[in-house]
Structures are given as C-alpha cells and as structure tokens.
Design a protein around this ligand. Structure first.
Ligand SMILES: [Zn+2]
Length: 110
C-alpha cells in the first residue's frame, strides 16, 4: 500500500501532488513508512528531487515579493513615513518574520 493513501484508492499515484506522503518527502519530512516505501521504489527519487528543486526556485522567486524595500523599513524605523505608510508597514511587519528580523537589525545598528 502506498503511504498517505487508503487501500481503496491505491490506483492513484504516489507522485500525486495532493498526497501528503509525497509532499512530506519533498520537504524532507517523510515518516518511516514513506522512507521505507521510497527505498523499495527508487524510481520516485528523481521526481522528488525535481520537485524539491522547483520548490527552491519558487521560494527564491517569491521571497519577499510583497515586502517593503529596505529603504522603506529604514524610513519606517526613523519615523519618516506618512501615517498611512507607517500603519501599512506596521501591519506587514507584524505578520512577516523576514521584515521583523530586518527591522530588528536596523534597530540594533542605529
Ligand atoms: Zn516582509
């Protein structure tokens, strides 16, 4: 039986993107059952590696896509923004660990 699936739908592919076991394998978080399955099905290793590379490329492309620039964060920290801009960045920083970390650095360095 394929990990992450019930016996009744064993005709669906392990490589299906909705299969949590496949997704976990891509993220390097596969459980022991899945790891054992993959050891006996080495043909899936290439596809998992391919998806992992795709995920990395996407992550790089999308990283901080919706974040304010470093200049904006600096101006925010120095209190140089309008009330509206300040509020928008405050809301973003509250939800974004990347900007919160950058802001933390700016605060430490100033
Ligand atoms: Zn951000």
């Amino acid at each position: 039986m394929k990990p992450g699936r019930q016996k009744s739908d064993s005709c669906t592919s392990f490589l299906e993107s909705g299969n949590p076991a496949f997704m976990a394998a891509i993220d390097g978080e596969a459980d022991e059952t899945t790891l054992e399955y993959l050891r006996t099905h080495p043909e899936y290793a290439h596809e998992i590696e391919r998806m992992r590379e795709l995920q990395t490329r996407l992550r790089i492309r999308l990283f901080r896509l919706f974040c304010p620039s470093s200049d904006m964060l600096r101006d925010y920290q120095l209190g140089l923004l309008t009330e509206e801009q300040h509020q928008a960045i405050a809301e973003h920083v509250a939800l974004c660990p990347h900007c919160a970390a950058e802001l933390g650095l700016l605060t430490t360095c100033s």
